[in-house]
Design a protein around this ligand. Structure first.
Ligand SMILES: CC(=O)N[C@H](C=O)[C@@H](O)[C@H](O)[C@H](O)COP(=O)(O)O
Length: 222
């Protein structure tokens, strides 16, 4: 199931804008997704039923749906079956969810992934923060494992680049496609992600968030 989600060595573009971003909403995010598809993206990562529905109707590449509904200080990326169901009903053909070992609302991770497989019939990507979480998520049935949450669960963050060591460790050990995601800013970052063993690299902010890109440049010259 998982090998068919994205082609080997492909780029997925994450099109997400928080409410404080002027590009928030399905209209701007759909234009971003169409532009990414035109540029060769193999898939789109999108947040919430409204964006997923609009983007799914506008592109012909797979939409990796997430649903950020939880508490920001804990498990917040697609924390429950209902959150996953909403984005699959909206058109997502693969779902990503928090695969960390943090306390979860509702059932455990294996139950959640099992229910998504059985009742929604889509593959699941686990967003993890550590190798231990990657092992745990794979054992719980995740079809793909991504480095998405490295640096966002309280651990130290070394600069603003990607966690290539985690990608390498996941790729060395797990028998599923590894998705490199989180702080991939440049072509060299993307190539390094694949060299570390990634099957797919997800790029978000560096492509679809001009507010954050501008802020990064402004802060660099302060
Ligand atoms: C930690 C978290 O909530 N990450 C989110 C997951 O969907 C998004 O905010 C990121 O933009 C996405 O992972 C892509 O990463 P980057 O924008 O760094 O290329």
């Amino acid at each position: 199931m998982s090998d068919a989600v994205f082609p080997f060595r492909s780029i997925v573009v994450s099109c997400q804008a928080a409410p404080a971003n002027p590009l928030h909403g399905p209209g701007p995010m759909t234009l971003m997704a169409r532009a990414a598809e035109a540029g060769g993206a193999a898939g789109i990562r999108a947040n919430g039923p409204a964006d997923v529905a609009a983007i799914s109707a506008a592109v012909s590449i797979p939409v990796l749906g997430i649903n950020k509904t939880g508490d920001r200080d804990g498990v917040y990326i697609t924390p429950t079956f209902e959150a996953a169901e909403a984005v699959v009903r909206a058109g997502a053909t693969v779902v990503a969810l928090d695969g960390t070992q943090r306390p979860r609302p509702g059932g455990d991770l294996a139950e959640l992934i099992g229910a998504i497989h059985d009742r929604l019939g889509v593959p699941v990507m686990a967003d993890v923060d550590t190798l231990a979480a990657g092992r745990y998520a794979r054992a719980a049935g995740a079809d793909l494992v991504g480095s998405t949450l490295s640096g966002y669960t309280g651990g130290p963050l070394d600069g603003d680049g990607p966690d290539l060591a985690l990608v390498r460790a996941l790729a060395d050990e797990l028998d599923c496609p590894i998705v490199a995601e989180g702080r991939y800013w440049t072509r060299d970052d993307v190539l390094a992600g694949f060299a570390a063993g990634a099957h797919t690299v997800v790029v978000g902010t560096a492509v679809t968030n001009p507010m954050a890109i501008t802020r990064r440049l402004v802060e660099a010259v302060r």
